[in-house]
Design a protein around this ligand. Sequence first.
Ligand SMILES: *Cc1c(COP(=O)(O)O)cnc(C)c1O
Length: 372
Amino acid sequence: MVDLKSQYEKIKPEIDNAISEVVNSTAFINGAAVKEFQTSLENYLNVKHVIPCANGTDALQISMMALGLKPGDEVIAPSFTFIATAEVIALLGLTPVLVDVDPETFNISPNSIVKAITPKTKAIVPVHLFGQTADMDAIMGIAKKNNLFVIEDACQSIGSEYLQADGNWRKSGTMADVGCTSFFPSKNLGCFGDGGAIFTNNDALAAKIRVIVNHGMTVRYYHDEVGVNSRLDSIQAAVLKVKLKYLDSYTQARQQLANAYNSAFAAHPEIIIPIKSNKSTHVFHQYTLQVKGGKRNHLQDYLASKQIPAMIYYPVPIHLQKAYLNPRYKQGDFPVTEQLINTVISLPMHTEMDDVQLAYITSSVLRFFEKK
Ligand SMILES: *Cc1c(COP(=O)(O)O)cnc(C)c1O
């Protein structure tokens, strides 16, 4: 699905140098590289505060802690997402309230959010799934009207841009109270282990988040809040600082690959290519097709027999996951999500694909549909 080895080889001297600088300094935790990367990312995103942390899941959890969400508070999230989004809500004793997604962008549906709001609702977590930004103007409007916090899950969308109603383009993760991202190796900006970050333009919230990520410590060994231990280590920060310089070129490579896939599949009657939101750029964390006629699993098996990996993100929606079963929900509650789990398939998507690989993948997909 990804080719991290070839990507590394192209920038190996720079990366190796950055890593050995950290090793030589022995400042493995909170070294200079962490602050440098933080500043570079603040500039890239045009956001006031970036707070690095250990991973994207922590970023979400810490955001909810910093916003003061309390057990029993309801948090609205999409039913079609990676589990981490709902997991941290449940772990904090908050109540996940799931809603359906938009059939075109796969992102949380603003109309469904409105219907799910109750007096207990405190926050909304839009997930910018597969690399497109959810409809932030609509979501922020709903939040403002109902006095709710918004936490953007931008783990799959770093670099994606959204056209706000005021005519300004804003980077995903920077439009709400707080935004979260992940630097897991296969994410669009990936490090060589685990990593994550929290974004906010709110000074007071940033200060609180910095305390929470560091054991709730204000002055050394004085703990004013219950915190966690969640750090981005210096080696990961050094790697990320190098890779951030290439992020836009990586995004372009992904978009070019998506265009090539689109041209191969657009006319096919049994395939629906990714539908672009008219308000967001797409950074193609995943390139996800919908397959008609109940043939999706057969296509996946066929591609596997041709040594082509293709993945189902996600085969089970949150409301039907064993750990999250809840009398509140039943099968059929989220028709769009429940249709998508049976039709979506993601093809290999990364920055290093060559023309031979591309031709092999597209012709294999098309040949599958010719077989009767
Ligand atoms: C990857 C991901 C996360 C979690 O990130 P980790 O760094 O793996 O903890 C959360 N939400 C979404 C949508 C993701 O894709």
